[in-house]
Design a protein around this ligand. Structure first.
Ligand code: ATP
Ligand code: MG
Length: 603
């Protein structure tokens, strides 16, 4: 099996490890899911038994709670789940996990749908193109029915201990739990009491339904976990129909089973939940409630990225406190933030592929994400020259060489370093005149040792233009250089036979004062100065990078006046930039720095 990222990999680069591929390939070889029927929509065993052999060879799912914006960690989960489904001719469901009767926010639902689409995935069946977008709350009826089934089989009971008693009786790692005095109630008694819970006759917290497993289990998750609780709250989908709601650990396996998920992939925190996942689905399958074969859960290590926090609570705090401008601030690790920063879906998918899928707890270097971006844009981002810290340069002999001070000399530069197959190299046009903007750091009145750029008596090339020779500078009363003076050396234009007649040690970037366009350039950097800003009890708010945003009033070359929001460029010598999605327009040019040309953080 191959994935799209394969084509870019040379044969001797090993495929990043992904143990899930081995599991899926072995399931496919053994035909574990080959005879599986699919009823066309999620449902119980009877529903699927009336369907036909599933056209999707595997089914995975991505199950976000619609309570926030997705971040780079979710991107990994998305790439794993949707990527595996794509690679193995399966489908991945997008399932909103809305079993909590909290106010659900349409903004978050829309944001999640957008983010998954933007990353390049969809949730259609391989044949027929049916959309697999589901809501967990649509399964409440089945979940209730399954709970009654467990009660009837003596596998669940209503516990009316107080929450404190329940906590104390659960025990801990060194102490087994203690059976609840309600544990031996008869099935009939439990059923009647559970129905009273459902009918709203008990207040919040008065009782819970618990699975009857083993209060002495070394796995605390098997010590009679709660599966239903009372919560008199309205739900966005089911309104006031329910005042009892399933617990996540109970709801999740059932959601997977009704959707006939083959491989339920989650992060390692859920490893200890797997025995309950299997316990529950084993019983429901044996009872004929859910279709066989039942889903299996597999865990991988969550993504931890250096210089980034991914906790929803902490990200929300950064937004609410005004530390960043919003969820889509280009410094945020949210998918909307990464997108506005200029990261491409290709670079994020490549990053997720390269870090692989393992069970090892590790921190991934943020520099790897940036390297993926550079690799993606190197061959396709048009080049442009910009001056971020402008200083005026005057070519004092202009009229002598070109006949008039008003003369503008057309210069042509390649927009890409290499042509694409069968295409000519695209070009860009700049006009060189008597006055030119150069970078302030490209002039030194008294050059430090080894300095090769402009200083009195030295010659450099204006990139793609002429060789010039520095003759001096003008200063204000405070001694600040206000203007650099130079002469142009005739006959040395780049691309002409005379270009090599004069040797220089440096070529500097420039923009002609006559056709330069003003732009705001936002120089973003890492939001935190510490590689692990919220680990080991550190106060992430004390580790904010004060220089995470600097704004430059720049002059940019005229080709950039046509940039559309979202267009990406390589600004020569400075790195990769994107025309800002929110603020850039034809009247007001705004560019964001995505990343520098090479990894220079901390150097
Ligand atoms: P919450 O604390 O609100 O549950 P969450 O980050 O787990 O936050 P969910 O909406 O439950 O948010 O996550 C959806 C899916 O994304 C889950 O399957 C979860 O395991 C996965 N996920 C979340 N964070 C990461 C991460 N850092 N790396 C890999 N997967 C992640
Ligand atoms: Mg979660």
């Amino acid at each position: 099996m191959s994935s799209p990222a394969d084509k870019d990999r040379t044969p001797d680069t090993p495929r990043p490890s992904n143990f899930l591929r081995q599991i899926i390939e072995s399931d496919l070889d053994r035909g574990t899911h080959a005879a599986r029927l699919w009823g066309g929509t999620p449902g119980d065993a009877r529903h699927h038994s009336q369907g036909s052999v599933d056209a999707a060879r595997i089914r995975t799912r991505f199950p976000p709670e619609p309570n926030g914006y997705l971040h780079v960690g979710h991107a990994k989960s998305i790439c794993v789940n949707f990527g595996l489904a794509r690679d193995y001719a399966g489908t991945c469901h997008l399932r909103f996990d809305d079993t909590n009767p909290e106010k659900e926010d349409q903004e978050f639902v829309d944001g999640i749908i957008d983010a998954v689409h933007w990353l390049g995935f969809d949730w259609k069946d391989p044949e027929g193109g049916r959309e697999n977008l589901y809501w967990a709350s649509n399964y409440f009826d089945f979940m209730y029915r399954a709970a009654e089934y467990l009660i009837e089989r003596g596998l669940a009971y209503v516990d009316e201990q107080s929450p404190e008693e329940m906590r104390a009786n659960r025990g801990d790692f060194s102490r087994p739990g203690v059976n609840s005095p309600f544990r031996e109630r008869s099935a009939a008694e439990n059923l009647a009491r559970f129905r009273e819970m459902k009918e709203g006759r008990l207040p919040d917290g008065a009782a819970v339904l618990r699975a009857k497993i083993d209060m002495a289990s070394p796995n605390i998750n098997l010590r009679d976990p709660a599966i239903y609780r009372i919560k008199h709250a309205e739900h966005h989908n089911t309104g006031n129909q329910w005042c009892i709601y399933p617990m996540y650990t109970y709801a999740h396996p059932i959601e997977d089973a009704l959707e006939h998920i083959t491989h339920s992939i989650c992060t390692l925190e859920f490893e200890d939940q797997r025995p309950f996942y299997d316990w529950l689905l084993d019983h429901l399958r044996e009872g004929g409630l859910i279709a066989a074969p039942q889903p299996r859960q597999y865990e991988f290590a969550r993504l931890n990225l250096t210089y980034v926090v991914t906790s929803k609570r902490k990200l929300k705090h950064l937004v609410d406190s005004g530390t960043v401008s919003g969820w889509d601030d280009p410094r945020m690790p949210t998918i909307v933030g990464l997108r506005r920063r200029g990261f491409t879906p290709e670079s994020i998918r490549d990053f997720c592929e390269r870090i692989g899928v393992t069970k090892d707890y590790a921190w991934i270097d943020y520099a790897l994400l940036e390297a993926c971006l550079r690799e993606d844009l190197e061959a396709r981002a048009h080049r442009a020259m910009v001056v971020l810290d402008p200083l005026k340069l005057e070519l004092t002999n202009w009229a002598e060489v070109f006949g008039s001070d008003a003369h503008l000399e057309a210069c042509e530069l390649p927009a890409l370093p290499h042509a694409r197959e069968g295409e000519a190299v695209p070009t860009r046009h700049l006009k060189l005149g008597r006055e030119v903007w150069i970078e302030r750091e490209d002039f030194a009145e008294e050059p430090p040792k080894g300095y090769k750029r402009l200083f009195p008596g030295n010659r450099v090339r204006l990139k793609g233009g002429y060789v010039i020779e520095c003759t001096g500078c003008e200063k204000d009363e405070a001694g600040h250089v206000t203007r650099v003076l130079a002469t142009v050396v005739g006959g040395t234009k780049s691309g002409t036979p005379g270009a090599d007649s004069v040797k220089v040690k440096a070529a500097i970037t420039w923009v002609g004062a006559a056709d330069a366009v003003a732009a705001e350039v936002r120089l973003y950097d890492r939001l935190f100065t510490d590689p692990q800003p919220d680990s080991g009890g550190k106060d992430y708010l004390a580790l904010l990078n004060p220089d995470s945003l600097k704004v430059a009033r720049a002059w940019v070359e005229p080709s950039l006046a046509a940039a559309q929001a979202g267009d990406k460029f390589q600004f020569e010598r400075f790195g990769y930039f994107v025309a800002d999605c929110a603020d850039h327009s034809g009247e007001r040019l705004v560019f964001n720095r995505i990343t520098g040309l090479k990894d220079s953080w901390g150097k």
